[in-house]
Each structure stands twice: as C-alpha cells, then as structure tokens.
Design a protein around this ligand. Sequence first.
Ligand code: YRO
Length: 310
Amino acid sequence: IDLSVTWLGQTMPGCLYNASGVWCREEDELEALHASAAAAVITKSATLKPRDGNPEPRYCRTPLGSINSMGLPNRGFDYYLDYARRYRYGSGKPLFLSLSGLSLDDNCAMLRRLAEEGLPAVPEVNLSCPNVPGKPQLGYDFAATAEALEAFDAAYSGLYGVKLPPYFDPAHFAAMAEILNRHPRLAFVTCINSIGNGLVVDIDSEAVVIKPKDGLGGLGGDYVLPTALANVREFFRLLPGKDVVGCGGVKSGREAFMHILAGARAVQVGTCLYHEGPGAFSRIAGELAMLMRVKGYRSLDAFRGRLRTL
Ligand SMILES: CC(C)(C)CCc1c(C(=O)O)[nH]c(=O)[nH]c1=O
C-alpha cells in the first residue's frame, strides 16, 4: 500500500500532516511532528512580531470537536524562519510556513523575507487573517482577496498556497475560483479553516466555554467534516491544475479516505491531533492503508477525486 504523495515538485512519504495552529507553535512541538509519522510539518500562522494571543480559556474540546479563539498566539515570523533555516529537508518531509500577517504589508514583508532566504519551505498564507476592522475576514472579501493575491505574486516568486475559510454558497465558490485561477504560482489551496464564530454553551454553568469574543470561536472536528468535504470537492473541480489539501474533521482513516475521494492531494489533522498527539498520524495512516487494502486500492492516485455522484 503506497500512501506517498507527489506534488510541489517533491514526493512526501505519506499523505497526513498537521493543520496549522495545532501542535506547531513551539520548536519542540515541530520536532515532535517531524519525528512522528506525519508526512510534512506546517508551523503556527506567523505574524511579523510575536503575539501572546487572547486571554484563556480560548480553546475548548466538546463531544463533537472543538471551539477556539486563540487570537494568533505565535513566536513571530523570525522564530519560524530560523526554524526553517535549520530544518532537515533531506528527510523528504516538506516544511510549510503558515503566514497570517495583520495587514497586507505584513504578509508581503514576510513573503519577501522568505523569498530572500531561498529555503525549500513553502508558504501557506492564511486568508482568515484579519482584514480592516469592521470588514469580514480577508477570505470573505473577494476584492481584498484579489488585491492580496496580486501583491503576493509580486512579493514571492516561488510556489505558494493559501488556507481558505469554508464557503457555503455556489456563487462564493465560483467567485473565489475565478480569482484563484488568475495565479499560476498559487499551487494549492487548503480547505478548510475552522467554521467561524460558532457558540458552544455549557448548560450547567449556563455560560459560554471560551473567554474571548463573548464565547464566539472557530469550530473544528466532527462539526465541520461535511463542509470541509464540500469545499475540497468544489475547489478540486473549480481549480484545474492546482492541488487541494483537505482539512477538517479527520480523526480516522475513514475521513482521510473521504477527503482524498473528494479530491484532496494530502490531508491535515487538527482537533484530533490536539487531543491525541502526533501518534495520531501512524494510527490514521494504518487505518487508511487497511481501508485501501480492503477496497483493492494500492495508491492514493487509484481513487483520488473519484467520488461518485448518483
Ligand atoms: C482567526 C485568526 C486569529 C484571525 C487567525 C488565526 C486562527 C486561529 C486563532 O489563532 O485564533 N484559529 C483558527 O481556528 N484559525 C485561524 O486561522
């Protein structure tokens, strides 16, 4: 059973890695991911300067997944760039740097700095990054997204990707695809980020469960699987020549299989990794391999994007 994935001009040994934000803020976490069965590593979204993030509690696990309003706590771009300078690319496990600047200028400054270094690390720009206060997140502001991608192309001459928020309307899928397809070096999109601004209520305390934003936070886990699969499948269809990375609701080989069937080139694990730790990757990979064996598939190419309609 071959779980390897060839994309971005390289072959990684498997198809599973972490979702940005989970188990990846500190160097020891990143090293634990690299030492695990994860096939790649992505860093916590970086801002130009370090950030403490929001007051706690800012993450909460629920029976169906998670809610978070972390507020972009991270060590700052230089910390992750330094890690990228020392990373062992020879392992065959790609390193992705997630960027979530607080402004378009910050994102472009980080992209330019990364380009100057000439490192193999690949940027994944987080389009859920904050926009002008009072306006929706960048990924929900199509004009701002179009402008940003033009600036990213000017700032960075290599291949890059974007992390997309979930979309829920066919017109939005079409509008985003039309913009994304203007950018040949935009090599991949990662679908999806958490479903924004959910509210989890604790009926015993009759209170919200996280402190920031009066309890509003991004949802992950079982809550988001159908939306994640829809975004993967729609962008797989709408972005010919680009790769789609699946993210959302993966907790076993079953959901990983679904994402790949929907078109995912590779698959990220978030909420499940937060609670199980890096051992999740060998478990999920084993379950995926077993599923493929039972179904008679010897590689991911044998079923990627082959989701049947009725
Ligand atoms: C939500 C933002 C703080 C604007 C970006 C960082 C981020 C966070 C976070 O740091 O709160 N959580 C998520 O689930 N997704 C994200 O992209």
